[in-house]
Design a protein around this ligand. Structure first.
Ligand SMILES: Nc1ncnc2c1ncn2[C@@H]1O[C@H](COP(=O)(O)OP(=O)(O)O)[C@@H](O)[C@H]1O
Ligand SMILES: C[C@@](O)(CCOP(=O)(O)O)CC(=O)O
Ligand SMILES: [Mg+2]
Length: 383
């Protein structure tokens, strides 16, 4: 019995961090995925353990099922936050793995895995293989796509799940089941991020472009092509620490930060109406692109005032500005990835020049497809 799932990463077009404090944010799925293959052991495998293989790092972790069973005497089968007691049990299971120092960031992902696996599937021996096309810890939502793909694979075998056929053996979940995948993924994100808003797991589960505010969401199809250059500064950072840093700044300057978050809310609402309004209407694509560029610049300024920029992000901003292109960081900031809008009428020569200049700084540039579908599963492929 084997199932494979895939869940997309994301870019945040406006509103990161402020969304954690109740502002609206706009995000889109991208066509880079995390894949999870789940295979339950059969009696002939003679395997009484749970194995987790992380392909990119070539790491493999394994726990005897008896040990996992003893760690979680009581678990709820509906989406539940990990209690302090269970978090301690998970910490003990992870500590014994001796994860190499260079990969220590994976500990929170492994913890989320243990929580989701045990809660959803209980104590069945299995092998889970994870591969990802996303750079980890770069603002493209690898943590959320990991949790969504994991929750999807784990829920695929539960009774009464319904699917729609998509393409080439890939299936999508019915509405109710998709929301269950999303809720479990959110519980995983809590373990990795501490205080996530839920936007990343929601856009990874549902796909498309969404406008999101405290759990309420609007799906959209953009009326503007939205071609974004993604520049990875390759400076590693940790979303949990950056989100906590913004929270602390808010405690120090509550009145000022309330204005900043409110400005972001208005900005995301304006972006939502630009993206939703049909073209052609009173605004041409070029006029809409100019408005989006201005909103990106303003959002970047507000993100700087939250304290989540980085010297490398400033370098990307200054470089793209030389070519009259607008950029903003995406995701938690502090390094990670920066978005640059590539207007429809921009010549290929300019794109080549700006990419060459950014890459000469040691950054990595790419263009990802925006606004595709969300999580899918496949019962017919072997990894
Ligand atoms: N494929 C994966 N395998 C294991 N853990 C993962 C994977 N993808 C993400 N994670 C977990 O998520 C963390 C990165 O999440 P985060 O700091 O939120 O950055 P982002 O979500 O922007 O990539 C990693 O350090 C790891 O703990
Ligand atoms: C900063 C934040 O808005 C987005 C974080 O995204 P990422 O983990 O950096 O991809 C946090 C959140 O919304 O949960
Ligand atoms: Mg994340």
């Amino acid at each position: 019995m084997e199932v494979k799932s895939r869940a997309p990463g994301k870019i945040i077009l406006s509103g990161e961090h402020a969304v954690v404090h109740g502002s609206t944010a706009v995000a889109s799925s991208i066509d880079l995925y995390t894949y999870v293959s789940l295979r339950f052991s059969t009696p002939s495998d003679d395997q009484d353990s749970l194995k987790l293989q992380l392909k990119e790092t070539a790491l493999e972790f394994s726990w005897p099922i008896t040990r996992i069973r003893a760690s979680f005497p009581q678990l709820s089968s509906t989406p539940t936050s990990c209690s302090v007691e269970n978090a301690k049990a998970i910490a003990a299971l992870v500590q014994d793995l001796n994860i190499p120092e260079a990969n220590f960031g994976l500990a929170s992902g492994v913890s989320a895995f243990l929580w989701l696996y045990s809660s959803i599937q209980g104590f069945k021996p299995a092998t889970v293989l994870v591969t990802s096309e996303l750079p980890l810890g770069s603002g493209l939502g690898s943590s959320a796509s990991f949790c969504v793909a994991l929750a999807a694979a784990l829920l695929a075998y539960t009774d009464s799940v319904s699917f729609h056929v998509n393409h080439q053996g890939w299936l999508s979940f019915g509405e109710k089941d998709l929301e269950l995948v999303n809720q479990w993924a959110f519980e995983g994100e809590k373990i990795i991020h501490g205080k996530p808003s839920g936007i990343d797991n929601t856009v990874s589960a549902y796909g498309n472009i969404i406008s999101f505010k405290l759990g309420s969401l609007t799906h959209m199809k953009s009326s503007v092509p939205l071609k974004m250059l993604i520049t990875n500064t390759k400076v590693g950072r940790n979303t949990k620490a950056l989100v906590a840093g913004v929270g602390e700044r808010m405690l120090r300057h509550p009145d000022i930060m309330a204005f900043v978050f409110s400005a972001v809310d208005s900005l995301s609402n304006e972006l939502t109406s630009i993206l939703k309004s049909p073209t052609p209407d009173e605004l041409s694509v070029t006029e809409k692109e100019q408005k989006i560029e201005e909103l990106m610049e303003m959002n970047e300024g507000l993100l700087q005032s939250m304290g989540v920029s980085h010297a490398t992000i400033q370098t990307v901003l200054q470089t793209t500005l030389k070519y009259k292109l607008a950029s903003k960081l995406t995701g938690a900031g502090g390094g990670g990835c920066v978005l640059t809008l590539l207007p429809t009428l921009l010549s290929g020569t300019v794109v080549d020049k700006v990419v060459a200049e950014l890459e000469s700084c040691g950054f990595q540039c790419f263009i990802a497809g925006i606004g595709g579908g969300g999580v899918e599963i496949n019962f017919g492929v072997s990894s």
